[in-house]
Write a protein that binds this ligand. Structure first.
Ligand code: SF4
Ligand code: SF4
Length: 355
């Protein structure tokens, strides 16, 4: 069964979120992103895992496969091949971060031998190719061995043939539907996008996805390159570097909403800080910025992978309001009034007919 942890999905953080990566890759139209949430039609889902791989915040997971555990097991084992008919679901279910993490430790080969004749190749194969290219772009830049993609057509012992393979997805779904009849039936009729109380509360918690934690851990063990290279930000989908231009008025929405605390502020609120290695590139800060002040930088410095640094994206003067005493962002106005007291003063003036 496909599980959605709503408190991790950026659609639940803001109605302005435009994230639709899960819907875009789903080959069976089992996922619909909506304003303020995501609906899943469990009866359509074939559990290929592709949506799990593209979700930036790990909001989606298969009950039958924990990808972090799979990666750990593979790292421990002698095996170095990953294939959809051999030991994994669709290779699109392996995000770029996991591919890089694996590439740092092992000579990994992805078996793409079944892709050409696969029923879901149209949605998934371009993403598989792009993820491999992206992982190799990063691995190559830091002097690690790149990942190979080969047509091995490796099969698990007693694996069903191709036609039976997809029938099995449906069969698996039907068996689980029996076990989880109640929830499943509810999902069949009306896939609710509502959050439970505990999920709604958990939205305030800032969490770093497991895939990012694993990458951190393995990068620490990898020798630092002699010199750091710059990567083109536009070729990356899992991390980013950012800039904030002069139009920013320190409204605070970007750092309050960032799900991983990649964006943050100081106690005084006079700076917007950014930690590139915590950014999962969910695009939420861009979606909610009314003035479009936050932008992607042209380059991502690979130094961030080994020596992450928090940088100042914007700095402001903070002063106390002459009226209420609250701290506010000062842009050189004549009257030292916070926005709320300024509005109150303007309203009072118009009420009394004072210019
Ligand atoms: S955060 Fe994940 S689950 Fe939510 S819309 Fe984006 S891809 Fe889908
Ligand atoms: S900095 Fe922006 S793109 Fe990066 S994780 Fe935070 S909200 Fe998402």
């Amino acid at each position: 069964m496909l599980k959605l942890e709503g408190s991790r999905c950026v659609r639940y953080y803001s109605k302005l979120s435009g994230c639709d990566r899960c819907q875009a890759i789903c080959p069976e139209d089992a996922i619909k992103t909506q304003e303020g949430g995501v609906a899943i039609w469990q009866q359509e889902c074939i559990e290929c895992g592709a949506c799990v791989g593209v979700c930036p915040t790990e909001a989606l997971a298969l009950s039958s496969l924990n990808v972090t555990e799979f990666v750990f097991e593979l790292l421990k084992s002698e095996d170095d091949i990953i294939g959809c008919r051999y030991n994994f679901v669709c290779l699109a279910g392996l995000s770029v971060e996991y591919l890089i993490a694996l590439g740092l430790v092992k000579d990994i080969t992805l078996d793409i031998g079944h892709c050409a004749e696969c029923e879901i190749k149209e949605s998934c194969f371009p993403v598989i190719e792009h993820n491999i290219a992206q992982a190799n772009y990063v691995l190559g830049a830091i002097g690690a061995k790149t990942i190979e993609a080969k047509e091995l057509r490796k099969m698990k012992e007693n694996a069903p043939d191709r036609r039976e393979f997809f029938n099995l997805f449906t069969l698996q779904g039907a068996m689980r539907a029996k076990e989880e009849l109640h929830e499943e039936m509810k999902a069949l009729e009306d896939p609710s996008i509502a959050l439970s109380d505990s999920e709604a509360k958990a939205i305030r918690d800032k969490t770093i996805p497991n895939k990012r934690k694993l990458l951190f851990m393995l990068l620490k063990r990898f020798p630092k390159p002699q010199e750091y290279k710059y990567l083109e930000n536009e070729h990356l989908t899992f991390v980013s570097d950012k800039e904030i231009d002069h139009t920013c008025d320190n409204c605070s929405i970007c750092y309050r909403i960032c799900p991983t605390e990649a964006l943050s502020t100081t106690k005084r609120g006079d700076k917007i800080l950014f930690d590139a290695m915590l950014c999962v590139r969910c695009h939420l800060c861009h979606d909610v910025c009314e003035k479009q002040s936050i932008k992607l930088s042209q380059y991502f410095d690979t130094k961030e992978l080994f020596e992450p640094e928090q940088k100042v994206l914007a700095a402001f003067s903070m002063v106390r309001c002459e009226d209420c005493g609250a701290l506010y962002t000062y842009f050189g106005e004549e009257e030292m009034l916070c926005p709320r007291c300024r509005i109150e003063e303007e309203e009072a003036k118009s009420l009394w007919g004072i210019e």
